[in-house]
Design a protein around this ligand. Structure first.
Ligand SMILES: [Zn+2]
Ligand SMILES: [Zn+2]
Length: 145
């Protein structure tokens, strides 16, 4: 059978490829250990197979929700994942507790889904997305260059 070299690329695939020009090595997106510090209310920690360690606070994760709706809101406001929109000015400022998930569900072997206390559950946080948005000092310094 001859191979024509024709490959149908879905629209999503094409978009993902344009957005993410280089693919991360497998070891960089394969978690060795995943810790969700739910009781402490702190955040998520991942030790990767390539030896890198990442940590994200819950607030950051909530503001970085990768679902289509949150993405649109961020894009419209010119915010990066993890940046929160400025709070609306209120006459009587109300205390808003920091974002925290009620539960975290693994999605297959590639992602986590957060069930946020505010009822939002649409975001699927893939290992790839998390690694690309690693908040450690080293990665955020690279980001600024
Ligand atoms: Zn969302
Ligand atoms: Zn890092």
């Amino acid at each position: 059978m001859s191979h024509e070299g024709i490959r149908i690329v879905s629209k999503e695939e094409e978009q993902a490829r344009n957005k993410e020009p280089h693919q991360l090595p497998r070891e960089a997106v394969t978690p060795l250990k995943v810790r969700v510090l739910l009781t402490e209310g702190k955040g998520l920690e991942i030790d990767w197979t390539d030896g890198h360690k990442s940590a994200w606070g819950f607030k950051w994760l909530r503001d970085a929700c990768p679902c289509a709706t949150c993405n649109d809101v961020r894009e419209a406001a010119g915010l990066k994942p993890g940046q929160s929109a400025p709070a609306p000015v209120q006459l009587l400022p109300m205390y808003t507790p920091p974002a925290k998930p009620k539960s975290v569900t693994p999605i297959g072997r590639y992602a986590l889904q957060f069930n946020w206390e505010d009822g939002h559950t649409a975001g699927i946080y893939s290992w790839d997305y998390l690694r690309r948005n690693c908040q450690c000092a080293e990665c955020t310094a690279l980001d600024k260059n």
